[in-house]
Ligand binder design. Structure first.
Ligand SMILES: Cc1cc2nc3c(=O)[nH]c(=O)nc-3n(C[C@H](O)[C@H](O)[C@H](O)COP(=O)(O)O)c2cc1C
Length: 293
């Protein structure tokens, strides 16, 4: 089926229109729930989904309190990190998502969102701003640099932070030191008023392709590559195998395993089952045999 594309250029749309389209296309975005203090020592707490980590050594994260598209004003968080270059980036999970959303209200200057949104302020170890006791994890940070990407409404202000410490609630760590991602239930920001959850219903594993010499899509037999019964994900699993089976191997598999009564649909079904079980080589052999007979 032919696809049709809508093309939008920032120069030709309003800031609001481009903003909402852009955010609906980049998601889920992680949420930095940023705690800062102003020059008078008053706490501030606000969420930012223009956020990610960008390096481990030095450990670096960046978030962006942007200029408001509406009236080109700037946010308390930006003023605060300009005055006191420190912050705590707290992570957000499902049990606190609505409190976090409440904290994003445009409260007046100096208003303490820990109090407004019902969070417990814990003292930090290395910086002055407090951290959120209810968050599953928190990064204490020193602000190293702020890059302004523009001066008009909607422009970003990249707050580049050096991570000084990461605190993780031990209830999310198992006996071997591994983090319990499914229990952590982190939330992500989508477009419009949508959020997403990362819990046992939505988290899935994609095993790393182990070898540098994967067959690749272009190395798969044409009949398999162009089969309309296999999805792109299934083909990727097959293409991650190291080599195709030889004609001899296929013939001996057919002699041993495939009876006259086997129909192609059954073989494809059983290959799909093997792929689902991460048994990629068996799936490849079955498919090569299915398309060989
Ligand atoms: C989940 C979420 C993500 C947000 N992400 C951003 C963002 O990345 N950049 C931004 O400027 N505002 C973002 N906002 C809006 C700010 O949180 C909001 O403007 C807040 O009032 C700023 O507070 P402050 O003035 O105390 O810094 C977000 C709001 C929510 C609820």
């Amino acid at each position: 089926m032919e696809n049709h594309w809508k093309t939008i250029r920032p120069e030709e749309s309003s800031v609001a229109e481009f903003h909402s389209n852009m955010l609906a296309c980049v998601g889920p975005r992680p949420i930095a729930f940023v705690s800062t203090i102003d020059s008078e020592g008053r706490p501030n707490l606000a969420p930012f989904s223009f956020f990610n980590v960008f390096g481990t050594n030095p450990a670096t994260l960046i978030f962006s309190p942007a200029r408001r598209g509406r009236d080109n004003t700037t946010k308390h968080t930006l003023h605060n990190v300009e005055a006191i270059p420190e912050c705590v980036v707290n992570t957000v999970n499902y049990p606190i998502v609505e409190q976090m959303s409440l904290a994003s209200s445009e409260f007046g200057e100096g208003v303490n969102e820990f109090e407004k949104a019902g969070f417990t302020a814990l003292p930090s170890k290395f910086v002055k701003p407090f951290r959120v006791a209810e968050s599953p994890a928190a990064f204490e940070c020193r602000v190293e640099q702020i890059i302004h990407t523009g001066t008009e409404g909607g422009a970003g202000n990249l707050v580049i932070c050096r991570i000084l410490a990461l605190h993780i609630n031990e209830k999310f760590i198992d006996g071997s030191g591994k983090l319990l991602q499914k229990e952590m239930d982190l939330v992500g920001r989508m477009g419009y008023e949508y959020y997403s959850r990362a819990n046992s219903e939505s988290i899935f594993e994609v095993p790393k392709p182990s070898s540098r010499d994967a067959i690749g899509f272009d190395g798969l037999p044409k009949a398999i590559r162009e089969s309309d019964k296999l999805t792109g994900n299934e083909l990727a699993r097959l293409a991650s195998c190291k080599k195709l089976f030889t004609q001899e191997e296929i013939e001996s598999f057919i002699r041993a395993q495939i009876t006259k009564n086997h129909v192609e649909a059954d073989l494809i079904q059983s290959a799909k089952q093997k792929l689902a079980e991460h048994n990629y080589e068996d799936a490849l052999l079955i498919l090569q045999s299915a398309y060989f007979v």
